[in-house]
Design a binder for this molecule. Structure first.
Ligand code: CO
Length: 135
C-alpha cells in the first residue's frame, strides 16, 4: 500500500502576497524562500519553509479559477493541505477502492511532481492535495 511520507505544505489563499507577508514573514518571522508565478494554475505562490514542511501563500492571478472563486466567496483563509506520498497512482487506486471521492481520477503530471486532489466531501471538509516527487 502507498504511504504518506510527510506533510508537504499547507496552502493559504490570499488577496495579496505582499500584504500577507506582513504577517507570515514579518510578524511570525518565517523566512520567505521565493515567490513563483504559476501561469498554468493562474496563481502566484510564496513559499515559506517551516521545518520539513512549507506554508504556501496562494494569490489568484485570474478570476476564472477554483482558487479565485474560493477567495471571492469565502475570503482569505486556509485552502488545502498537501501530503507527500511515495506512490500517487497506487494511493489513488487504493482510495478509489475505499469509495473516497477524488477531484480527478488521474494525477496531473507537472515539472518535478505528480499531483491530485481528494474531494473535501470525503475528508471532513478539508481539501487534500497529494504529491509525489518525480525526477
Ligand atoms: Co498545494
Amino acid at each position: 500500500m502507498a504511504k504518506i511520507k510527510k506533510l508537504n505544505h499547507v496552502a493559504v489563499v490570499v488577496n495579496d502576497i505582499t500584504n500577507a507577508l506582513g504577517f507570515w514573514q514579518k510578524a511570525l518571522g518565517i523566512k520567505l524562500d521565493h515567490v513563483e508565478d504559476v501561469p498554468s494554475q493562474k496563481v502566484k505562490v510564496a513559499f515559506l519553509p517551516v521545518g520539513e514542511s512549507e506554508i504556501e501563500l496562494v494569490q489568484p492571478t485570474a478570476e476564472d479559477t477554483g482558487t479565485a472563486k474560493f477567495l471571492q466567496t469565502r475570503g482569505a483563509g486556509m485552502h488545502h493541505l498537501c501530503f507527500e506520498v511515495d506512490n500517487i497512482d497506487e494511493m489513488l487506486s487504493d482510495l478509489k477502492s475505499k469509495s473516497i471521492r477524488l477531484i480527478s481520477e488521474e494525477p496531473l503530471v507537472l515539472k518535478g511532481r505528480k499531483m491530485a486532489f481528494i474531494h473535501p466531501k470525503s475528508a471532513n471538509g478539508v481539501l487534500i492535495e497529494l504529491y509525489q516527487i518525480i525526477k
